[in-house]
Design a protein around this ligand. Structure first.
Ligand code: PLP
Length: 333
């Protein structure tokens, strides 16, 4: 039997809240009641974030296949790796994480949490997106040779099964705000974007903001959206994929001036904490779309807060946050 919207193990606090952002909206020239934030940072699993949604479905498949260890990977500060380690613990499974880079002398942010959660960490050196996928496969082969039954979770949880998590979240969002025009979301692996498109039925209703991890988002997002819609029993999504590729700057995770403005604006207008890698770039994309008039007056827009707060505490960002604080937001009174 193929997986469906029912094939999940509950790991999330859901429905997550949908909150107004009228103060930020006013700064952007948007009418009251038109700008909202979907609090996917509040999914509850070991710090929350979007990966918990996908893991509900991925873990159900791992269980159905009789696996005893989850294997995944990502960048050093991967939120997905941390979330997978937490899910494994909830279900009594082992967890191996293949991380790009070398073992840090002083673990910070998500690496510290990976250690606290007790995952087996494999430091794999310089890896790009598909190099990480290959390293996950190799780790599974080693575990199988040692008599284990590994379940390979792709980078970002981005398989059609994992994407079902965001079909479910998208349906939840439509129930909260039926006349929503546009959701804005960070694109790493593209799974979150794809699931939302499948739920909302039209690529025109989702704007992805590329954070610079995956080279082939323009092909993979429509493909995963179609596959997830089919699994969920929904119609094939209409329209053409929308991705903003211009917010990457020097590369994945690199601080940029506009990300800094985005972090300040969210923090100072709304008391909302964003991270420099994903949610800050998505907000920079939203700010740009509003400033360039691509959001029409009265359109209802939902900013997807996909989590990532632990990355704020990763080595390297403290100085960037300390210097030049207050680049956007209300004047200090
Ligand atoms: C992984 C991640 C994303 C991107 O989600 P994808 O489904 O991989 O595109 C966005 N925000 C945060 C905080 C993430 O950890």
């Amino acid at each position: 039997m193929s997986p469906s919207l029912e094939s999940r193990i509950e790991l999330c606090h859901a429905p997550t809240p949908l909150e107004p952002m009228d103060r930020l909206g006013e700064w952007l020239g948007l009418a009251p009641g038109t700008l909202w934030v979907k609090r996917e940072d509040c999914t509850g699993l070991a710090g929350g974030g979007n990966k918990a949604r996908k893991l509900e479905y991925l873990c159900a498949e791992a269980r159905a296949e009789g696996c005893d260890v989850l294997v995944t990977g990502g960048g050093r500060q991967s939120n997905h790796a941390r979330s997978t380690a937490a899910a494994a613990n909830r279900l009594g499974l082992g967890c191996t994480l293949v991380l790009a880079g070398t073992r840090p002398d002083h673990p910070t942010g998500n690496v510290l949490l990976d250690q606290l959660l007790g995952a087996d960490l494999v430091w794999a050196g310089d890896l790009d997106y598909y190099g990480t996928e290959a390293a996950i496969t190799e780790a599974c082969d080693r575990l199988r040779a040692a008599g284990r039954r590994p379940y390979a979770v792709p980078v970002g949880g981005a398989s059609p099964v994992g994407t079902l998590g965001y079909v479910r979240a998208g349906l939840e969002l439509v129930a909260q705000l039926p006349d929503l025009d546009l959701a804005v979301v960070a694109d790493g692996s593209g799974g979150t974007h794809s699931g939302l498109v499948a739920a909302l039925g039209d690529h025109q209703r989702v704007l992805g903001v590329d954070v610079g991890t995956r080279p082939d988002l323009d092909d993979r997002v429509p493909e995963m959206a179609r596959a997830a819609a089919a699994l969920a029993g929904l119609p094939e999504p209409a329209g053409r994929v929308q991705i903003d590729h211009d917010r990457i700057g020097p590369g994945y995770g690199a601080p940029t001036p506009e990300t800094r403005i985005a972090l300040d604006a969210a923090a100072r207008w709304e008391g909302l904490l964003l991270d420099p890698v994903y949610t800050g770039r998505a907000m920079a994309g939203l700010i740009r779309a509003a400033r360039e008039g691509r959001i029409r007056s009265g359109q209802k827009v939902v900013y997807m807060h996909t989590g990532g707060t632990p990355a704020l505490f990763a080595a390297g960002y403290a100085e960037w946050i300390e210097t030049g604080a207050g680049s956007a937001g209300p004047p200090v009174r």
